[in-house]
Ligand binder design. Structure first.
Ligand code: NDP
Length: 460
């Protein structure tokens, strides 16, 4: 028996030193990429027991290979504004890992975009996409272009210039982009149009998140927000809790937030707050979704305007203050690192029971520790926000078979996929000695699928 324990200890020690060694190399090689290193650290730390049990992954250099993108493309995006002035932005596409399918991941337009942010998103996308059970690899793209305050004509010219370069690297069996922050139906329409014009063919499978009238899937707009609530609902039910009668705080007021609010309300929750980058709304009667949708989806206006229609509600400047509102369930759906250690402690102090990440990496590593140490149910973004890309893959399936499914058919599949991701993550966490830890569980479940495909395909 002692011998068996020693062998196990020895394997763990070797696995641990392998993971630390590779992480050290990654930090040296990507020294200034803070967000990328944060995403890598979170995943690497979960994987030690996997390497202890599967030394063949070490011999195959899986970690060294998986952390290096297959390809990083960076390009100039010149365009002309409404006053005839020449502007230049920087475009990116990271094709991180294509071992289980074509690269797949959204495009983000936000002034904060840089190589580190696109790499963190692309790295996370590998494991998220694997978790969905669909044949899609990991990629991500974007630009430091700020769509705020731009006219429709400027948005169109920018999108056309961006796609003129990107079109060289994508294709329905190569790399299939979609939306993300700052990229919605309008931007996807302009980019798809330019791709069609350049290629001279109607390749609907080259982009997802398209309008329903030209190859988009019903249910894609709602998928990330709905999927996040479906996932959190599973997690709550396992502990005898539910959305019904709960007070919920949801940050952001974009695509993910709006549909997370819609589904949480449908499940009987009272959503009392949401935000944008300027500040947040607190409405103790519950957020009026009609007003919010009109403000954000039609007028493209700021959230502070909400109080004009609902004077009993309060607007407070500074989006991070949203986490001081007492709630049972918190769904961060805006951006990376929006919940730091201090905000996490505040949520815990106010008795939050569950946190579900609709955004990518919205909690810092310290914040995650606070949630786990305090027994808060925690659904990591990689798993909880996978509904968007899952329905994107369903859009690809509909495009290649040239048929369209109705909303209920898509929504039913989304529910099933979210349930499977939850079960697989729970199971992996248990199997590898961390029961209930969905961070570890989802990282391991996603990783193993990709690592096995990489092993079979040789050292490439
Ligand atoms: P949108 O552009 O539709 O909305 C983003 C929202 O977040 C806006 O309300 C925006 O406010 C707010 N926001 C952005 N930056 C900040 C900031 N620094 N501080 C506070 N609020 C901020 O994007 P999505 O809803 O599509 O994406 C939200 C998150 O979900 C991102 O992390 C994205 O990567 C992730 N995600 C999205 C998926 C999708 O299908 N769309 C799929 C999976 C994950 P403002 O308008 O003021 O900038």
């Amino acid at each position: 028996m002692a011998m068996v324990i020693n062998m196990k200890d020895e394997r763990l020690r070797k696995a641990n030193s392998y993971v630390n060694k590779v992480y050290e190399e990654v930090t040296k090689r990507n020294a200034n990429e803070v967000e990328f290193l944060q995403a890598v650290k979170e995943i690497f730390h979960s994987l030690t027991p996997v390497f202890a049990r599967n030394p063949q992954y070490i011999e195959n250099g899986i970690l060294e290979r998986i952390v290096e993108p297959e390809r990083v493309i960076s390009f100039r995006v010149p365009w002309v504004d409404d006053y005839g002035k020449v502007k230049v932005n920087r475009g990116f596409r990271v094709q991180f890992n294509g071992s289980i399918g074509p690269y797949k991941g959204g495009i983000r337009f936000h002034p904060s975009v840089n190589a580190s942010i696109i790499k963190f998103l692309g790295f996370e996308q590998i494991f998220k996409n694997a978790l969905t059970g669909q044949a899609i690899g990991g990629g991500k793209g974007g630009s430091d272009f700020d769509p705020k305050g731009k006219s429709d004509a400027e948005i169109m010219r920018f999108c056309q210039s961006f796609m003129t370069e990107l079109s060289k690297y994508i294709g329905s069996d190569v790399d299939v982009p979609a939306g993300d922050i700052g990229v919605g139906a309008r931007e996807i329409g302009y980019m798809f149009g330019q791709y069609r014009r350049l290629r001279g063919n109607f390749d609907s499978g080259v982009f997802t998140g398209k309008g329903v009238g030209y190859g988009g899937s019903l249910g894609r707009t709602e998928a990330t927000g709905y999927g996040c609530v479906y996932f959190v609902n599973e997690m709550l039910q396992d502990r005898g809790l539910s959305f019904e009668g709960s007070t919920v705080v949801i940050s952001g007021s974009g695509n993910v937030s709006i549909y997370a609010i819609e589904k949480a309300q449908e499940f009987g929750a009272k959503v009392v707050a949401c935000s944008d980058s300027g500040g947040y709304i607190y409405d103790e009667k519950g957020i009026c979704l009609d007003t919010l949708k009109h403000l954000k989806e039609v007028e493209r206006n700021r959230i502070c305007e909400y109080v004009k229609e609902h004077p009993h509600a309060q607007y407070r400047e500074g989006s991070e203050g949203i986490w001081s509102i007492p709630c049972d369930i918190a769904l961060p759906c805006a951006t990376q690192n929006e919940i730091d250690e201090e905000s996490a402690k505040l949520l815990v102090k106010n008795n939050v029971k569950a946190v579900g990440e609709g955004a990518n990496m919205p909690s810092t590593l310290d914040a995650i520790d606070v949630f786990l140490e305090n027994n808060v149910l925690f659904a990591p973004g990689k798993a909880a926000n996978a509904g968007g890309v899952a329905v994107s893959a369903l859009e690809m399936a509909q495009n290649s078979s040239r048929i369209s499914w109705d909303f209920e058919q898509v929504d039913e599949q989304l529910k099933q996929i979210m349930m499977n991701i939850y079960r697989n993550s729970v199971q992996a966490a248990e199997e590898y000695g961390e029961p209930g830890n969905l961070v570890v569980g989802s990282n391991i479940a996603g990783f193993i699928k990709v690592a096995d495909a990489m092993m079979i395909q040789g050292i490439i």
